[in-house]
Design a protein around this ligand. Structure first.
Ligand SMILES: C[S@@+](CC[C@H](N)C(=O)[O-])C[C@H]1O[C@@H](n2cnc3c(N)ncnc32)[C@H](O)[C@@H]1O
Length: 194
């Protein structure tokens, strides 16, 4: 499950509006789907998962949190399952890709409106790097990567000990026009821009 603290950042980076149409790819428990649907009160969230149990869990949680009227759950594997989503979306989150991250980003690029936001959670360096490379190749703009390291307090006999979780990379960017190669910034310019 995407943990509460990471979800807060993901939702913030999706920059949802009340009427946003959102994709949650690899919805799992539905935790991001529910948070997105709570924000997009007049919008729609398409939750996609290839696992039957995850699909059922997402459905149940959408009902439990009172957002099932604006959640459409799709049982299928991305990117093919994106064909079941009609029209364009304003924001997309990728929380699971099963080794198909590049194809999923290309598929999502085809569904996002221009200016639409793509946010990806990556646990491995390889996926973070693949996400950045693919988004650059497709011409996404304002791409940023954030490394999140969360430590939670555990009460012990001698006091509260902070237990670290593994770092997560959150990659976010905006669709410009699919297939356009964005300009490459030199390391020197990148440092100047900070
Ligand atoms: C880390 S988990 C779920 C994270 C989810 N945001 C949550 O809070 O529960 C990743 C999920 O992605 C799904 N998944 C992996 N590859 C997929 C693909 N290509 N298409 C659809 N779902 C996929 C898995 O079945 C799993 O439920």
């Amino acid at each position: 499950m995407t943990k509460e603290e990471v979800r807060a950042l993901v939702i913030s980076k999706l920059r949802l509006r009340e009427d946003s149409r959102v994709l949650d790819i690899g919805s799992g428990t539905g935790s991001v789907t529910v948070e997105a649907a709570l924000m997009a009160r007049r919008g729609l969230v398409y939750a996609i998962d290839s696992d039957e149990n995850a699909v059922e869990l997402t459905r149940r949680n959408a009902i439990r949190f009172g957002v099932s009227d604006r959640v459409i759950v799709i049982h299928g594997e991305a990117p093919e399952a994106l064909n079941q989503v009609p029209g364009e979306v304003d924001a997309a989150f990728v929380g699971g890709s099963g080794g198909r991250l590049r194809d999923i980003i290309v598929g999502v690029c085809g569904k996002l409106s221009v200016g639409g936001r793509l946010v990806i959670d990556a646990i491995t360096l390889e996926n973070a790097s693949l996400a950045l490379a693919t988004m650059a190749e497709l011409g996404f703009v304002n791409v940023e990567v954030t490394e999140v390291v969360i430590a939670k307090g555990l009460r012990t006999g001698v006091g509260t000990v902070m237990l670290s979780r593994n770092p997560i990379f959150i990659i976010a960017g905006e669709k410009n026009r699919c297939g356009r190669v964005s300009s490459v910034v030199s390391i020197k310019d990148a440092i100047k821009q900070r």
